[in-house]
Unconditional design. Structure first.
Length: 177
């Protein structure tokens, strides 16, 4: 299903929204599989153990099916973010990537996107993030999600959730649908 109105944008945060990443602890159990992987950015000396939140693939499929253009906005360094994206988005199209190198401030002000995408319309955008500080002054365009935090090295059932399974309904609902 696509929409007949303006292009809609989903601006996605990575850390604690779509993934959880932590410095690797050598000797601690960590099994790489379809949801757990290591990231070693070239510019850093640290190795990260990263876990993808349950239902990410379904959520990204839903965004695509509903015609959203995707922007990833992360406070991480570009090398880290690009490594994460290569696994999490697995050859899906991303319209734009904003990282620490593009930004002056840590807060995510959606008006900044117009500098990179001239046709960007803030009224047709939704920032999906776990940090409520990023909603300041743009609450209407913000979808707050519970943070995804993994206490152990491999997520337990209690540490994962089904939030992304139906998140498209909340996003579409924020437009009054």
């Amino acid at each position: 299903m696509t929409f007949s109105h303006s292009v809609r944008y989903a601006i996605l945060d990575l850390d604690s929204t779509l993934i959880y990443s932590r410095g690797a602890e050598i000797g601690k159990p960590f099994i790489e599989d379809e949801r757990n992987f290591y990231v070693k950015p070239l510019s850093q000396k640290v190795i990260f153990q990263t876990t993808i939140r349950k239902h990410v693939s379904k959520f990204l499929n839903d965004l695509e099916k509903h015609g959203y253009r995707i922007i990833v906005w992360s406070a991480g360094v570009p090398e880290y973010v690009k490594d994460i994206i290569s696994v999490v988005f697995c050859n899906r199209h991303i319209d734009y990537l904003l990282t620490k190198s593009n930004l002056i401030e840590d807060l995510k002000d959606l008006r900044v996107i117009k500098k990179f995408i001239p046709e960007f319309d803030i009224t047709q955008a939704r920032l999906i993030d776990d940090n409520p500080d990023h909603s300041k002054g743009q609450e209407r365009y913000f979808v707050l999600v519970d943070p995804f935090i993994v206490a152990g090295q491999i997520p337990t059932t209690d540490e994962d959730d089904d939030l992304l399974k139906t998140l498209i309904d909340r996003i579409n609902g924020s437009y009054g649908e």
